[in-house]
Design a protein around this ligand. Structure first.
Ligand code: IYR
Length: 226
């Protein structure tokens, strides 16, 4: 039987409009400082921080609240090395032509290449998996809904949480990513690799490509119908 009980919304906080205004601006200024970086320090980051960030990701809304995600957080050197090795092999063929010229041209301003030392150096890699089936109890049978949307939102929450905690982040999507299932001990039939998040302290000489700082203006990204 399904549980149809409802609870009062007792953890909602209403702020005065002026405070909403300053909070919305402050949040924009804070998240605007998040940049994808590719140079990480090997300084350790306590597991508890990663746990809290994954807890935050797990509060994301999802289709029928099925929470169709699984996060594998890795700080084991051998496992990170395996991931680096597999990812670099794939990236080599990507950059040597599999990507096609248009894609390679689009990546040029970022200066990326097949070399991924940060996959070993950063203290934590978080592999995000998407589950097409499983339901709330993750019994494997029930269909999950809007899985890409749900996992995308949860991954956004995770990036925001890591940034808010004071960590640098990189979203990494080696293609194809199926090697991650095996390395992370997930069943590829149920758990599809969605994204790999690299996190840790930025290296002191970390840089951000000019191209990546240029964000579209509000006029470009939004239309208001009043
Ligand atoms: N996965 C490759 C290529 C890459 C693709 C996109 I789209 C990017 O925004 C950045 C990189 C790599 O990590 O190098």
């Amino acid at each position: 039987m399904s549980n149809t009980q409802h609870h009062p919304l007792n953890d909602y906080i209403e702020y005065p409009v002026e405070e909403m205004s300053s909070r919305s601006l402050q949040n924009y200024l804070d998240i605007k400082r998040r940049h994808s970086i590719r140079s990480f320090s090997d300084r350790p980051v306590p597991k508890e921080i990663i746990e809290n960030c994954i807890r935050a990701a797990g509060t994301a809304p999802s289709g029928a609240n099925h929470q169709p995600w699984h996060f594998v957080a890795i700080n084991n050197s051998q496992v990170k090395s395996k991931i680096r090795q597999s990812a670099e092999e794939l990236e080599q063929s990507f950059y040597q032509g599999r990507a096609g010229q248009e894609w390679l041209d689009a990546l040029k301003p970022l200066g990326t290449n097949a070399n991924k030392p940060y996959l070993e150096k950063a203290p934590w890699l978080i592999a995000v998996f998407l589950q097409k089936k499983g339901g709330v109890s993750n019994d494997g049978a029930q269909t999950n809904y809007y899985v890409h949307e749900s996992v995308g939102i949860a991954t956004g929450f995770l990036l925001q949480a890591l940034h808010n905690a004071g960590l640098g982040t990189l979203t990494h999507t080696p293609k194809p990513m199926s090697f991650l299932s095996k390395i992370c001990g997930r069943d590829n039939d149920t758990d599809r690799p969605y994204m790999l998040i690299v996190t840790g302290y930025p290296e002191v000489d970390a840089t951000v490509p000019e191209h990546a700082i240029n964000k579209k203006s509000l006029d470009d990204i939004a239309t208001f119908i009043e």
